[in-house]
Design a protein around this ligand. Structure first.
Ligand code: ADP
Length: 490
């Protein structure tokens, strides 16, 4: 029962159902249209024959044949017998109240001037009987369908004072028989369709859904630690191939994301291990033997320094995680931040360091340039960029910070340029990678040693704010970092 319910919920079953309904409805509509067309064509053909017969008899009458002449009567009798299967008949009757002689007056409506006579068949008899005429004494619309007969009528003798109505008709039985045959064929075709459409639909849906089953099986086999399997492409370029392609691309992205995260974790652990090891060994040295107060003070100073390095690293890791998690939400829900004020604060903070290293730091901002986002994070971007610029610029150099509206509409542009050491072209593409440090920055003995997280934090924050960050640099000449941020709507 469960398997049956599961099969009924399957895509294959639904495709089959839709396919069967469409095929059945389409064939039903076709057959019904055909039937209506056939009915119209048969009736039209009969109408044409009757109309020709009408003209023929009218001509014979106009040629002077008396309606009661035995020759005409015989001729019509012959024709009636010849068309017995159609129950063909002809009647000539005076139009009540107008024609003269014995047929005048309403009571005379039943008096036929001429009627073809057929011996067989009750219905035929009834058409020829005065009773039929009594029921329909007046002029009939032509052509008309009456009691299973198709009847054409023409009023003749106009202008001679005597009006006579000529009626020629035939039974619709043959047409009905033909239509009944079509109905039977329709019925058989529908029954066959009812059997074949679902079976064919089920087989077709099976062909269409087989690749999906393969996708499901492959997806089931995938594990986060083993993502090297990819879906095979059938090379048809259809939607299923596109689905497989999209699925494979998703797997590529997940695999590279997991790899990056794995590397990040390993790097983070490695970076944390160095100050931790330094902390521990300094403490061990302090405990190994009795020392003077100055020696203890020195060792404790080292411990505090390593503690600060650890704190900085942990804070930067937290900041990175926070800004990566806040993509989109920070722009929509962030506070309106005056970018000029944030930049001026950052410049003020570095003015002392720059001065002590004889670096000229200039700061050019614009008032009322607002962006929506996290003020603390934006401040961190400024700090990192100015810190790097000052760090990597020798005494006598300059660092320029500028805020303007830039060439892109509705964006603010922040440029931090320096006349420092510059960045080798080979390093430039890797600059925003986590823990990436240039040659100079690796050296523990130099004051410029950093964590390698500063620019990746800048990139994560700027991206979270819907902006971009770019670098242009030439070794020996200097570097220029450009941040573009969308202006905030108050
Ligand atoms: P760090 O904390 O080491 O400064 P960053 O992510 O901020 O980490 O920078 C990564 C590397 O990019 C640095 O180690 C340095 O080699 C290079 N770099 C960044 N800014 C500059 C600059 N203004 N001039 C020269 N090199 C720079």
């Amino acid at each position: 029962m469960d398997r049956f319910l599961k099969a009924m919920r399957s895509l294959r079953f639904r495709l089959m159902l839709v396919n069967a309904c469409v095929v059945l409805l389409a064939s039903m509509a076709t057959l019904l249209t055909l039937r209506a067309g056939m009915q119209f064509a048969l009736l039209h053909e009969l109408d044409q024959i009757l109309s020709e017969d009408l003209s023929e008899v009218e001509l014979a009458l106009a040629a002077g044949d008396d309606a009661r002449s035995s020759e005409l009567r015989e001729q019509l009798e012959r024709k009636a017998r010849g068309h017995i299967q159609h129950r063909w008949f002809v009647q000539l009757l005076p139009v009540a109240g107008i024609s003269g002689g014995e047929a005048s007056g309403p009571d005379a409506a039943g008096t036929l001037l001429l009627a073809s006579v057929q011996a067989d068949g009750n219905r035929w008899q009834s058409v020829n009987t005065p009773a039929f005429l009594r029921d329909h004494p007046g002029p009939l619309h032509s052509p008309t369908t009456l009691e299973g007969y198709r009847i054409h009528t023409r009023t003749i003798g106009k202008g001679q004072g005597v009006l006579t109505q000529l009626r020629i008709g035939a039974s619709l039985d043959l047409i009905r028989r033909d239509l009944a045959l079509i109905d039977r064929i329709t019925g058989v075709v529908m029954v066959l369709g009812l059997i074949i459409a679902p079976l064919g639909g089920y087989a077709l849906a099976g062909v269409a859904t087989r690749p999906l089953e393969q996708i499901i099986r492959t997806a089931d086999r995938l594990r986060p630690e083993q993502l090297d399997e990819r879906l095979p492409l059938r090379g048809r370029g259809d939607e299923l191939d596109q689905l497989s392609l999209a699925f494979n691309r998703l797997l590529d992205r997940i695999a590279s994301f997991l790899e990056r995260n794995g590397d990040f974790l390993a790097n983070a652990a490695h970076e944390l291990r160095t100050p931790l090891a330094a902390l521990r060994s300094t403490a061990e040295v302090a405990l190994r033997s009795e020392r003077s107060v100055t020696e203890y003070q020195d060792l404790l100073g080292t411990i505090i320094e390593e503690g600060e390095t650890l704190e900085l690293l942990v804070n930067q890791l937290l900041l990175l995680a926070e800004s990566e998690a806040s993509v989109d939400s920070v722009v929509t829900h962030g506070e309106l931040t005056d970018l000029g004020a944030v930049i001026e604060q950052a410049c003020d903070m570095f003015a002392g360091v720059a001065e002590s290293r004889s670096i000229e730091l200039t700061c050019q901002t614009l008032p009322q340039v607002f962006v929506r986002g996290n003020r603390q994070h934006l401040r961190q971007v400024m700090n990192n960029l100015i810190d790097n610029a000052v760090k990597f610029t020798a005494s006598g150099g300059r660092v320029d910070v500028r805020l303007d509206l830039g060439p892109i509409p509705r964006t603010a542009r922040l440029v931090v340029s320096d006349t420092g050491v510059g960045i080798p072209p080979a390093d430039q593409p890797r600059l925003f990678e986590r823990f990436f440090r240039g040659e100079r920055s690796h050296r523990r003995d130099l004051p410029t040693r950093g964590t390698g997280l500063g620019l990746s934090i800048c990139e994560a924050v700027v991206k979270a704010h819907g902006g971009t960050i770019e670098v242009a640099s030439e070794p020996g000449t200097g570097s220029c970092f450009t941040v573009t941020l969308p202006l905030g709507v108050p």
